[in-house]
Design a protein around this ligand. Structure first.
Ligand SMILES: *Cc1c(COP(=O)(O)O)cnc(C)c1O
Length: 362
């Protein structure tokens, strides 16, 4: 049987997804394992959001609100957006990234990404037959914004910046990023992925949603997720903010109408509990300082993080460190020769540091 001939042309020639290749087995774990490899929030969501989830779970037989009105309205209010018509919902920002590819990318379009950065953007470019234009980060693993501007050609369709970036944890100053965005020509869709922006504690930081509020004309989409600081990774909720016309285009995808009732109820409530969010962000910053300092004391090269994870390099090979930590029930990431550890609770981080110390013989 020749099943392959049935495939869409872009799928026939698709390079293997790096994310898919990494996970041939279930990522479920038992509660005794410390999952410091997915940047999940070990603090979990606001108790008020959990109460909303429990309430919604009593009526699982009812279809969700197709337009996710409460969720979008609460988000628009929180960010000062003109209206809920400036917001699109997805099953995680992963779905919104796929929607952007489905709606905007033609075969042969160029999609500019930083490297290393979040792999979902490369995958979505490849799925849609666009070519990925890779711009390496600089030696401090910061975005090289000038090089990204220089990479723009008449064929460029989209450009993405994750701020802060994953897997590096590094942060581009907000005013600097705003100035960069304004230099990008209008034939290029700028996507700003703010999955970790809540965790940033640098003064003067703001969301690029500000530009949308100010009526910025050139094409800009800002992505937000409930998977990280809001502690709801399992519920799969993400949002995109943009000019109303761009949102109506995103909503042409069926995936924009497929948000679970449980996720909607929980996320809508979570947005109203900013006090809880601030508490989590404060705890995370304390742990971030502690782990950064301890890693430096062990002689590791640590990249300054503004997120809920830390990228570092030690003298020992990162895959070996990852394997030895896993033997002690601590999971971390090991992207491209680096180690990436998510910040958990104080207890989890202490155990990670203790085991690492033994591995490194410090
Ligand atoms: C974790 C993460 C997301 C969130 O993905 P979801 O699908 O919303 O869980 C988005 N972007 C980046 C850069 C991330 O690291």
């Amino acid at each position: 049987m020749d099943y392959k001939s049935l495939l869409r042309d872009t799928i026939k020639v698709l390079p293997e997804s790096q994310r898919a290749a990494r996970q041939p087995k279930s990522s479920n774990t038992t509660p005794d394992i410390f999952r410091l490899n997915y940047n999940e929030s070990m603090y979990g969501p606001s108790p008020k959001a959990i109460a909303a989830l429990e309430e919604a779970s009593k009526r699982p037989f009812v279809y969700p609100d197709w337009f996710s009105v409460d969720l979008k309205t609460n988000f628009a209010k929180l960010h000062g957006l003109p209206s809920m018509m400036n917001v699109c919902a997805g099953t995680g920002s992963s779905a919104l990234i796929s929607i952007i590819g489905e709606i905007f990318l033609n075969q042969g379009d160029e999609f500019i990404v930083g490297d290393p950065s979040y792999e979902a953007f490369r995958d979505v470019a490849n799925v849609n037959g666009a070519s990925v234009v890779v711009v390496p980060l600089d030696s401090d693993l910061q975005y090289d914004l000038d090089a990204m501007l220089a990479a723009i050609t008449p064929k460029t369709k989209a450009l993405v910046i994750c701020n802060p970036n994953n897997p590096t944890g590094t942060f581009t100053d907000s005013a600097k990023l705003e100035a960069f965005i304004k230099k990008v020509p209008e034939h290029v869709l700028v996507v700003i992925d703010e999955a970790y922006l809540e965790f940033v504690t640098k003064p003067g930081t703001y969301s690029m949603v500000k530009l949308i509020n100010e009526g910025y004309e050139k094409p800009l989409i800002v992505l937000k997720t409930f998977s990280k600081a809001y502690g709801m990774a399992g519920l799969r909720i993400g949002l995109a903010a943009a000019k109303e016309e761009l949102i109506t285009y995103l909503a042409k995808s069926g995936a924009a109408w497929n948000i679970s009732a449980l996720g909607q109820a929980m996320a809508a409530e979570a947005l109203k509990d900013q006090e809880y969010l601030e508490k989590i962000v404060g705890l995370n910053a304390i742990e971030r300082d502690k782990v950064t300092k301890a890693l430096k004391e062990m002689g590791c090269k640590v990249y300054e993080s503004q997120t809920n994870f830390i990228l570092f390099k030690a003298d020992v090979d990162s895959l070996e460190i990852q394997a030895k930590l896993a033997e002690e029930k601590v999971l971390i990431g090991a992207p491209r020769g680096f180690c990436r550890v998510s910040l958990g609770t104080s207890e989890m981080n202490d155990k990670f540091l203790k085991v690492l110390k033994t591995i490194l013989g410090k």
